[in-house]
Ligand binder design. Structure first.
Ligand SMILES: Cc1cc2nc3c(=O)[nH]c(=O)nc-3n(C[C@H](O)[C@H](O)[C@H](O)COP(=O)(O)OP(=O)(O)OC[C@H]3O[C@@H](n4cnc5c(N)ncnc54)[C@H](O)[C@@H]3O)c2cc1C
Length: 410
């Protein structure tokens, strides 16, 4: 059997695995974690809407009934293309006939001084838990010591989907958690400030949906600063381009997507953004048996713009890479990847979301929100997680939200 090594058990890696299993390949999935993370709901973990376990699924459980598929926990460090082996951080090397790189992306701080040091990201489960810990540490501190000399302002940097979802959820958490669990804290002291460098939120959506998101966030008490760049970040707050300084003990960075140093040091060709340069059939430029899929791949869409770094493109590129391996093995021509845009969605809060579904269909409000809920429940891995999320959300809906407001880790 030909050996296919897939690095990354995210949307792209797992969809490639699904397409290959049972087709006569020996597939090894490698990931630094022994679970797959459902990133689109990490902000819900960060704001105590969901439990960490609801958005993580053990890879071994997923692979249990798959044919000739193995899992190996490990961190990809190098690729020896001469001997066709991947070398992991623990020194072990594994041979491959085909390699699919699906290691995703990471936070991009765009070189803003202090940002990497003092901001918190929500790219991994650990990071989401850290943000949740910080939120409740702040509340507990103020409940114990009062507001004197302490700032409860949270700054969210980036008005894309991640920033908007995070700011909306923080605003709801503040109005709900503070009034019920922390009655001695004045909710007005817990400001949520959303900073966006462009002149509108949700730049990937139509302007009318951007305006809707702005209105909804403002009505929930979020202070939105458009046309505002972050100049630097310090331990005590954020300095804006106009010289203003916003004091804050929690700054969440949701502004950009980049590629990790690990990927940059693999010695593969990459675009300026760091995404791996691929041929139209998703083979890494210059390599006949290495594919890249998902966020890490610089897959081109129409024109000369790479396709967005979202779950659907990751799933579709993973499937395409698997299909191309089968084509090569069958001595057939490979085909260029074509992205089928199924639309995009972002939620702002309870009964407020935006959805752009192609063919000019735009939804806002409750219809978009229910569509968003249904889609996210359906795409979660594992029946238990789906039921758990559905139960959690239904409970929050009727009880006005009493999520897992716990500080983990001592
Ligand atoms: C907060 C947040 C919210 C989002 N919301 C949405 C949304 O609403 N809708 C949407 O469509 N998309 C959303 N996205 C984007 C979407 O989650 C990504 O586009 C998608 O996860 C990309 O899939 P992937 O398989 O390329 O990478 P990932 O899902 O990131 O998977 C990569 C895997 O590779 C592993 N890995 C990384 N480096 C190594 C290494 N060196 N060795 C071994 N393993 C490694 C990681 O542990 C991970 O499991 C969101 C992303 C974030 C961070």
């Amino acid at each position: 059997m030909k050996r296919v090594v897939i690095v990354g058990a995210g949307f792209a890696g797992l969809s490639a695995m699904e397409a290959l299993q049972g087709h006569g390949y020996s597939v090894t999935v490698i990931d630094r974690h022994n679970f797959a993370t459902f990133q689109p709901l990490l902000y819900q973990v960060a704001t105590a809407g969901l439990n960490p376990g609801d958005v993580a699924f053990p890879v071994r459980t997923l692979l249990r009934r798959r044919q000739n598929v193995k899992f190996r926990q490990g961190i990809l460090e190098k690729i020896d293309t001469d001997t066709q082996r991947v070398i992991l951080a623990d020194g072990v090397s594994l041979p491959y006939d085909y390699l699919i790189l699906a290691v995703g992306a990471t936070t991009n701080y765009f070189g803003v001084p202090g940002a990497a040091e003092y901001c918190r990201a929500i790219y991994t489960l650990d990071e989401a838990i850290e943000v949740r810990n910080r939120v409740f540490e702040m509340f507990e501190w103020v409940a114990a010591h009062g507001l004197k000399d302490y700032n409860l302002t949270t700054v969210v940097v980036g008005g894309g989907a991640t920033g908007v979802e995070m700011a909306g959820a923080l605003a709801e958490l503040k109005s709900r958690a503070l009034t019920t669990d922390y009655p001695t804290i004045d909710p007005d002291a817990a400001r949520v400030v959303l900073i966006e460098a462009q002149d509108r939120l949700l730049g990937a959506f139509s302007p009318s949906l951007s305006r809707y998101a702005l209105r909804e966030l403002k009505s929930r008490g979020v202070e939105v600063r458009l046309d505002t760049a972050v100049k630097s970040v310090t331990e005590t707050g954020v300095e804006l381009g106009n010289g203003e300084f916003i004091e804050s003990n929690l700054i969440v960075w949701g502004a950009g997507v980049g590629v990790s140093e690990e990927v940059r040091s693999l010695g593969l060709p990459h675009l300026r953004s760091g995404r791996i340069e691929v041929e139209p059939d998703l083979r890494v430029k210059g390599f006949a048996n290495i594919f890249a899929a998902g966020d890490v791949a610089g897959t081109m869409g129409t024109g000369d713009k790479p396709i967005p770094q979202l779950a659907q493109p990751a799933i579709q590129t993973g499937q395409h890479a698997a299909k191309m391996i089968k084509a090569i093995e069958a001595d057939e021509e490979t085909a260029p990847f074509r992205y089928k845009d199924k639309g995009t969605m972002a939620t702002i809060g309870r009964r407020a979301a935006v959805a752009e579904l192609g063919a000019g269909i735009k939804l806002t409000g409750s219809s978009a929100w229910f569509a968003w809920l249904a889609l996210h429940v359906m795409t979660l891995l594992g029946v238990r997680n789906r039921l758990s999320v559905l139960l959690n959300w239904s409970w929050h809906y009727v009880s006005w939200g009493r999520g897992p407001r716990v500080i983990l880790g001592g």
